[in-house]
Design a protein. Sequence first.
Lengths: 168, 214
Amino acid sequence: MATNLQFIKSASGSGVSSLSVTDCFSSNYDVYQVLVTTLQTSTSANIDVRFINASGVVTGATYNEAIQVLVSNASYSAITGEGVTSIGGIGFGNGAATGASINMTVYNPHDSSSFTFLTDSSNAWTGALQGYQGIGVEKTAQTITGINFFPSTGTLTEMEIQVYGIKG
Amino acid sequence: MSKSNKYGYSGVDIPSQAAFANVGKFDPAEINELVQEDKWTQYGQLELIETINASGVSAVAFDDFGDYNVHLLTFNNLSKNAGGGGYISMKFSADGGSSYTGNYPQALNMAEGTNFFDIKSTNYPYGVRIGQHGDATSEPSNGYCYLYNLTDSTKYTFVTQKSSNTPNSGVGGMIFGSHAHTTAQANNYLQIKYYFSSANLTGNLSLYGIKEYE
């Protein structure tokens, strides 16, 4: 059965400081689903994300974020930022191979007249269940072509990313 | 391949084929062969595994998960007929539903009427709450769950979930958040039930797999 979730590109890396999926956003789609299906880091770390344009990774202070961290054995907390250099804490990785997941929807990345927005849901195990529910934006009206993931500390021991377009 | 040339090429430098990287001109027999080998570009990576239209049953079960790391479970107009306002839940089994291990932590946000709550547990005994329901078909839950690593014996199963609910007396509600089953096992059975007490379920549920490529 053909459905409107259409595979575009995947990327994987081992022992790297960051992992990018380049040229995955185009004028063919307005909305994308990005899945991180394998995630392990060298040490406990938030997973941050930046977008990529024609010049490379966008590292300026042009991101806003609002993320709730839900923990099964402690009070919930929030990660917020305005004018920050990445969307920090869209997920969490640690040294255990028990698995983790990140599921993002990205809106209008390739539209040069629109900001690029994302929504995010993720899970990780840190000795307790840790979930992230958040939103983020790169608030420059520009053409975004790819996405870059990196841990707040340490390296990505294993990471696999799948990018799909949602056909309107 | 029965012919001496392939994909419009002949000789020794015939390109190898892979999904989303097909090269050449193909006749129908070649296309069929590449489809069988999962090497033909086909769009539509949200693949329906099964739809169950439940009507007054004590439990709903899925026992075919295909070959996927990520699954999407949707449910609409899912209701129960007894038990008061409560949660229909989901449990996983690795032996066809003969037994279910515990270990279901959860971290959720919930709204009911004008009130918001944090719901957390290090081991919720009734599994993954997928929604909150009243006691009538007019008090259903609608929502979805993403399931990760369901059949991977080396990893925990994670679930993110969001539902729009009618817990009781027409009050609106919602639940979203994270769940896990922290027993690393290759699940082959998923059961959805009102575990608090006996109640029959009515509603439509679909399980999809999201196909991945290297």
